[in-house]
Design a protein around this ligand. Structure first.
Ligand code: UDP
Length: 445
């Protein structure tokens, strides 16, 4: 079989079949709701990219609904496998840890019945990393791990601002350390995360490769602003956009404080509005109603006297987001902790500048005065000043928008998927090397 790229199936180097492990959240989940965001997009898109290059990919995720079929085709050469482990119902993330042994043995059983073996196991998040480590009881395949968020770093970000909700379980942090010791290769989103893993977890640097997340540059590209605004039924006023899960790390309170501060000092003719995408909308008797998290956001905005400027759109299909980014004047990413921050890159790829907090991966992608502005997390006046300056100056926005388009070139999936494949190859080669070989798995290290 010949794929889009003219390569035969399973033709890429030594890698013919990959097991992606995403135990606690599925690539088929509704994005923007609880526990479904960047990780899900990454697993889905990377798998599709590999599939198009002729690599067969099976994504293993926990069955959280008894009616789910065992196997769902997600794209060319890509399947989602629903694995029964624990009750076929939603489970709290921490509780999922207790069913990982069952998950790993069910995965192994599936492969045996299906008659397949894997060249690489790629774990996502600490829970799947541990499942991948447990799989070694059954399989010999090397393991590559991507954490997406790290307990120690997330907790550190919370401690730095005195947040009460930031404690991560000892078990999580200890397990992350054990995964780092056990696996063959680790993907960090950027050089800083790589350095932090070495510093906080003591993992050897040659094992870690910094490869950014990818985005689909054919989907996320500039589009006509006026047409997008009309299609989305947005008014003529200056518009800020927030896209993300409603979770304390996403900094929504900081955003509302910054927005209130902006509104207090605003001198323009039309009051800026703030469009919020993500969270939970429920069907009520007279139309969609805000779920508890979004109701909390509205209550906070009411307390600050700015609820009239908020436009709640709930979770939106990934394919719709380019229109929102195009319609907005600015995207705000106010996170307290962000390992990578796909939303910032997606917005930039649509030519819309970003105002973000100086947190984790955002400090790598958002460059002050080049493609947006950074503000210290929690400093509402600084956030408001950055928003005010950019919203009030069309020429500046245009310049930042042009800078944003330059920034995103390196995040296209083509390059990123090739780098991941090359990493798989090196990890396999290192596994096969004579004992004592300790070459870095990351080119250039
Ligand atoms: N997303 C989406 N629809 C929504 C909300 C979010 O498609 O309603 C996507 C968004 O486009 C991005 C991802 O979810 O690709 C969020 O990734 P990010 O890295 O910004 O945050 P994370 O969820 O990983 O913390």
């Amino acid at each position: 079989m010949v794929n889009d790229n003219g390569r035969g199936t399973g033709d890429f180097g030594a890698i013919g079949r990959v097991a992606m492990v995403s135990v606690h959240t599925s690539p088929l989940a509704t994005l923007g709701e609880k526990d479904a965001g960047g990780l899900n997009v990454y697993v889905r898109e990377l798998s599709r990219q590999l599939g198009r290059r002729g690599v067969a990919v099976d994504i293993f995720t926990r069955r959280n609904d008894p009616d789910l079929p065992d196997v769902v085709t997600l794209g060319q050469n890509v399947r989602v496998i629903h694995v029964s482990a624990g009750p076929p119902a939603p489970m709290d993330k921490e509780a999922v840890f207790d069913v990982l042994g069952e998950f790993a043995s069910e995965m192994a059983l599936f492969a045996r019945h299906d008659g397949v073996t894997y060249d690489i196991v790629h774990g996502h998040y600490w829970l799947s990393g541990w499942a991948a480590v447990l799989l070694r009881r059954y399989w010999d395949a090397p393991v590559v791990q991507m954490f997406h968020t790290l307990g120690r770093l997330k907790q550190g970000a919370a401690e730095a601002v005195g947040a009460a909700d930031g404690a991560e379980s000892e078990r999580r942090i200890a397990t992350e350390r054990r995964i780092m010791e056990a696996v063959d290769g680790i993907v960090a989103g950027n050089a800083r995360e790589r350095a932090e893993m070495t510093w906080w977890y003591g993992v050897r640097a040659p094992k870690i490769c910094a490869i950014p997340c990818g985005i689909d540059l054919s989907l996320f590209r500039p589009r006509d602003r006026a047409a997008a605004r009309a299609a989305l039924d947005l008014g003529p006023e200056p518009t800020l956009l927030f896209v993300g899960r409603i979770d304390p790390v996403k900094g929504i309170e900081f955003l509302i404080d910054g927005y209130a501060e902006l509104r207090r000092g605003w001198r323009g003719a039309e009051r800026p509005s703030l469009v919020l995408i993500g969270g939970e909308l429920r069907q009520g008797p007279s139309g969609p109603e805000l779920g508890p998290d979004l109701a909390g956001v509205r209550a906070l905005a009411e307390a600050r006297g700015v609820a009239d400027g908020l436009i709640f759109r709930g979770p939106q299909a990934h394919d719709c987001l380019p229109y929102y980014y195009a319609a907005a004047d600015l995207t705000v990413v106010p996170s307290r902790y962000e390992s990578f921050g796909l939303v910032a890159i997606e917005s930039m790829a649509c030519g819309t500048p970003v105002v973000a907090s100086r947190a984790g991966g955002l400090a790598y992608t958002v460059e002050d005065g080049q493609n947006g502005f950074l503000a210290p997390y929690g400093d509402a006046p600084a956030l408001a000043a950055a928003l005010d300056r950019t919203l009030g100056d069309e020429a500046l926005r245009a310049r930042l928008g042009a800078g944003a388009l330059e920034t995103v070139a390196e995040f296209g999936w083509d390059g990123v998927a090739e780098r991941i494949l090359a990493l798989y190859d090196r990890v396999r080669a290192r596994r096969a090397a004579p004992r004592g070989a300790d070459s870095a798995i990351c080119a250039g290290d």
